[in-house]
Design a protein around this ligand. Structure first.
Ligand SMILES: *Cc1c(COP(=O)(O)O)cnc(C)c1O
Length: 463
């Protein structure tokens, strides 16, 4: 191991004692880190650590030690693991659905070369993602065929463009949804060439509204499809009425038009804990020609857009040029298949959490963390169940812990309410409880060190 310079005559510029780049890169730990995560990343860390010494933030003698610590924390990507203690199950900012152990394993297996479009038995090219398709059809027998694309938005784009491109899509004014980050589904559909024709009003839409629009468009042949969109992230209450899929299917059949149903959430079957949430089986049975859902909402899998429906309609979608632009990647196909055929995914487990069991866990951990147990409602999140409260509990800790917990490793994201930082265990895996306790201990130590400095009691803890 190279010997790093130490004692030098007084008066010499301490910056000259900062270890040279080539010496640092030659350290065995640094060389093996460079082999694992790439030269660029490691060289950047080396210069960042040297810069800290040049700026006087750390003594030159600590450069090696600090570099090794930084390498230990550095991961191959900048995405960091997070403990979701918000109680919001499908949290788009936190990556939506955490994958099941089976899905994680599948992603790992598919990461290298894999037979995603190849038949190992015959040696011939094969339908891409056949395994995911088979798993979808097994999980949702009401569908004759299935297609997987990049995400829910892509599924909507493909369905409307392929089935109504250039013509009108009839869409209730009560269902013109804006999803996260300001994206409006109607603008998305219009961007690819289908024309959005709004029918009805914000609060009430009737079968006659669709029938009238169909009749007006019939002569000119301008209507291309009927669309039903689940209002997944809001609820309109009061004097309201909407047209159900069964009635829409009847109107669609009268005019020989396709009926597309964008369900958003990803339930394949009715979910007893969310009685208002639409599901693919019910929608297909009611007469939708194709239903669209996301893979990473309540289905609890990877980001994906899932199209289920009549064989002839799915075949039309699969042949459309846009299908190639929105196709699913092999990692998502692998994870989706494993999610469908594997154990109950974490999203559904969190949704179905037994309140009594959650209370017991919360009380146990609160005692360990010296916190209070307070009632706290969990939420399904943008993925569905708008306005549905999920009764539960949280651990109330000092509010000053919120920021250090967020910046720690793993990052812990809670909710700040009044003068408390609330940690809801609904979406925290049981096996991560020790990590959560360690994170709270570290956050408290950081707060104490900082407060100590402010008091002048511990001048050495600056930073
Ligand atoms: C979430 C959602 C989408 C978009 O799905 P992504 O998978 O986020 O692209 C489309 N329609 C509805 C009704 C949704 O809820």
């Amino acid at each position: 191991m190279p010997v790093l310079p130490v004692a030098r005559p007084a008066g010499e510029d301490p910056r000259r004692r900062i270890p040279r780049t080539d010496r640092l890169l030659a350290l065995p730990e640094v060389a093996s880190a460079a082999a694992a995560m790439g030269e660029r990343v490691v060289k950047d860390l080396v210069s960042a650590t040297q810069d800290r010494a040049r700026a006087g933030e750390i003594p030159p003698e600590s450069v090696k030690e600090e570099l090794l610590a930084a390498l230990g924390q550095r991961t191959a990507s900048s995405l960091r693991p997070v403990l979701n203690a918000t109680g919001v199950i499908v949290h788009t900012n936190l990556g939506r659905a955490p994958l099941s152990p089976a899905a994680r394993e599948a992603v790992q297996d598919a990461a290298g070369y894999t037979d995603v479009e190849f038949d190992l038995a015959t040696g011939a090219r094969y339908r891409r993602g056949a395994g995911a398709r088979a798993a979808l059809l097994a999980a949702c027998p009401a569908a004759e065929d299935a297609l997987v694309v990049n995400n829910g938005a892509a599924a909507l784009l493909l369905a409307t463009t392929a089935l109504a491109g250039g013509k009108e899509v009839l869409w209730s004014r009560g269902e013109l949804v804006e999803i996260g980050a300001g994206f409006r589904l109607a603008e998305l559909v219009a961007s690819a060439g289908a024309r959005v024709r709004e029918v009805g009003t914000t609060n009430r839409t009737h079968p006659a509204d669709y029938r009238d629009a169909c009749r007006e468009g019939a002569a000119a042949g301008t209507v291309g499809a009927l669309l039903k969109v689940h209002t997944s992230n809001y609820r309109v209450e009061g004097f309201t009425s909407e047209v159900g899929i069964d009635e829409l299917a009847e109107i669609a059949r009268e005019r020989d038009l396709p009926l597309i149903a964008d369900l958003g959430s990803g339930l394949l079957h009715p979910e007893p804990s969310l009685p208002q949430e639409p599901d693919a089986t019910t929608a297909l049975t009611a007469g939708a020609d194709v239903v669209l859902t996301s893979g990473d909402k309540l289905l609890g899998g990877p980001q994906a857009g899932i199209l289920l429906g009549r064989a002839e309609v799915i075949a039309r979608l699969a042949r459309h040029p846009l299908a190639r632009a929105v196709r699913a990647d092999k990692l998502a196909l692998a994870a989706l298949e494993a999610t469908l055929s594997g154990p109950v995914p974490p999203v559904l487990a969190a949704l179905r959490t037994d309140p009594a069991a959650l209370q017991e866990r919360t009380e146990h951990l609160a005692a360990q963390l010296d916190g209070r147990v307070v009632p706290h409602e969990g939420r399904v999140g943008g993925g569905g169940g708008a306005g549905v409260p999920l009764p539960g509990w949280a651990i109330a800790l000092e509010v000053e812990l919120a920021a250090p917990l967020r910046r720690g490793t793993p990052a812990v994201i809670g909710t700040v309410r009044g003068d408390a930082c609330l940690l809801d265990l609904r979406c925290v895996p049981v096996e991560s409880e020790d990590a959560l306790v360690a994170a709270v201990t570290a956050a408290r130590a950081e707060v104490t060190a900082r407060t100590g400095t402010a008091d002048g009691a511990d001048g050495g803890a600056a930073r």
